[in-house]
Write a protein that binds this ligand. Structure first.
Ligand code: ATP
Ligand code: MG
Length: 241
């Protein structure tokens, strides 16, 4: 049996009167990169927000590192080792890159060696270290947002559509960054719509539709199976050459 760091089992989430997650079962193996795919409105962001405690699951269980977390407040979930990079590239625009990272280092001063490691794959952060983050390009802001989440080691990193709106060259540097992260002990749950991006990175993949997981397996299998891609993702045969 695979050792899961995070397990969602029968998770339901209501937002107001809407029943959004309708029994989500999801396994995130320890030390791997898991991808969550699905069309717009499938419930991917809601799943991440529910894991983070930003929406409360109305039924089901969420187990992180052997501990039931569904009822915990968000700060406790963060303290337990879960980091979340939301869709919107959350950075403090008026603060410098340095200040953005400084604020994210909760347990004390930033670790210099770790910063150097982050600069290796996000050199723009070093270059713009003392610039207001609001002046950076979309891709660079995304790098600041990811760097904020990993400025200290975290057990689990939740990332929502990091490639949205980014130029191919920037996407390439994000691939490199996630490859680097995979060398560390960080487990990643990555929400994406860019199949080309995640097929190179994912160990496992789950596909959502209408608030449920409709497929779960190894990414290598899905990457090779055009029929399955077509059925699950509606990808045309040559859309992802
Ligand atoms: N704050 C909210 N209030 C009401 N409905 C919401 C809210 N947030 C999300 N929803 C609904 O929940 C469903 C799932 O949304 P969610 O944002 O989780 O989808 P997603 O898979 O992340 O989509 P996308 O790929 O477009 O980001 C959608 O039908 C959406 O309209
Ligand atoms: Mg979303």
């Amino acid at each position: 049996m695979t050792d899961s760091l995070l397990t969602l089992s029968g998770v339901h989430t209501h937002i107001g009167q809407y029943h959004i997650l309708q029994g989500v079962d999801l396994e995130v193996p320890r030390g791997g990169l898991s991808v969550l795919l699905g069309r717009n409105g499938a419930g991917k962001t809601t799943t991440l927000r529910t894991i983070m405690g930003l929406w409360k699951a109305s039924a089901g269980s969420i187990t992180f590192d052997g501990r039931a977390i569904a009822a915990l407040p968000t700060p406790d979930i963060a303290r337990a080792g879960v980091a979340y990079v939301p869709e919107s590239m959350a950075v403090f625009s008026d603060l410098t890159v340095r200040e953005n990272l400084y604020l994210a280092a909760r347990s004390g001063p930033m670790d210099t060696a770790r910063l150097e490691w982050i600069f290796e794959f996000f050199p723009a952060l070093k270059k713009f270290w003392n610039y207001p983050a609001g002046n950076l390009s979309g891709g660079q802001k995304q790098m600041v947002a990811i760097a904020r989440a990993i400025v200290e080691p975290r057990a689990l990193l939740l990332v929502d559509e990091p490639t949205k709106g980014l130029a191919p060259a920037i996407v390439q540097s994000l691939i490199e960054a996630f490859r680097q992260l995979k060398q560390t002990n960080t487990t990643v749950l990555l929400v994406e719509q860019n199949f080309n991006f995640v097929k190179q990175l994912g160990d496992t993949v789950s596909v959502m539709d209408d608030g449920r997981i409709v497929h779960a397996g190894r990414m290598a299998e899905l990457a090779e199976d055009r029929d399955l891609q077509q059925r699950l993702l509606g990808l045309s045969l040559d859309a992802h050459q």
